[in-house]
Design a protein around this ligand. Structure first.
Ligand SMILES: Nc1ncnc2c1ncn2[C@@H]1O[C@H](COP(=O)(O)OP(=O)(O)OP(=O)(O)O)[C@@H](O)[C@H]1O
Length: 237
């Protein structure tokens, strides 16, 4: 469904992505892990069209993303940003319904927003609150409701548990897994959190020195030597 083909990206003398090839099939949940500064965000930005790669292609349903094919892709993805990134000046429901309001009346968009808020465990009374009135966990849930508001085919999760305590992190991971399973959406998660990988992922890819050092099923990651080294470093840090 999404294929990353020989992606290269350098900033000046620094090579960040050095020939990344990676695919994710329809309905699959892929987690991309790696040390800080290994290029996970750069990879995500290349997929989203926010950073232009020096070489390589990204294919969506078999077609390379370019000026003609990208708009369709942009309408089909949802994203949970690190820190939720809600618009401060919009109410919770207006945040959730941000895209919907561009193509339907407010009453209908609000009804869908309230339904999505319920799916992430937030009651209708949260719809008219402002983001500043939400706790960190509630803001993350509202961000998740926004990510799924338009029934996306692909959902990106950027460090979904950052800033949450372990109990809230586990709840968000379980919620994400439930939503990904029930919607059949393809999921790409960027994370440091191995609990997220275990909860959310079907597959995991380790980014190291600009390349994919290991790519395989989550169920096999405990036996993978490159991952053992990464996990050892994580435990020491
Ligand atoms: N616009 C830019 N200009 C110059 N260097 C950049 C730019 N964007 C990213 N980099 C560099 O690319 C490297 C990878 O950055 P990136 O943010 O993708 O890392 P990351 O794996 O997402 O890290 P973290 O887990 O800490 O978020 C870093 O060395 C960073 O300084």
């Amino acid at each position: 469904m999404i294929e990353i083909d020989a992606l290269h990206k350098s900033f000046g003398q620094k090579t960040v992505l050095d020939g990344i090839s990676l695919g994710v099939t329809q309905g699959e949940s892929l987690c991309v892990i790696g040390q800080s500064g290994t290029g996970k965000s750069v990879l995500l930005k290349c997929i989203l069209g926010l950073t232009r790669p020096d070489a390589g292609r990204i294919l969506w349903q078999g077609k390379a993303l370019d000026r003609t094919t990208r708009p369709d892709f942009m309408n089909r993805f949802g994203m949970l940003f690190q820190g939720a990134a809600l618009f401060d000046s919009l109410s919770v429901w207006q945040n959730v319904a941000f895209r919907l309001r561009q193509r339907m009346p407010d009453a209908k968009a609000r009804a869908i927003a309230v339904e999505k808020l319920a799916r992430v465990g937030l009651g209708a009374e949260t719809a008219d609150l402002m983001p500043a009135e939400l706790s960190g966990g509630m803001a993350k849930r509202a961000g998740l409701a926004r990510a799924i508001a338009d029934d996306p085919a692909v959902i990106f999760f950027d460090e979904p548990t950052t800033g949450l305590d372990p109990i809230r992190a586990r709840r968000i991971n379980d919620l994400i897994r439930g939503i990904v399973t029930e919607t059949g959406a393809t999921a790409i998660t960027i994370t440091h959190d191995m609990d997220s990988v275990r909860a959310i992922g079907d597959r995991v890819a380790l980014l190291e020195n600009g390349r994919i050092a290991w790519d395989g099923p989550v169920a096999q990651m405990n036996d993978a030597a490159p991952l053992a080294a990464f996990l050892g470093q994580q435990n020491r840090s």
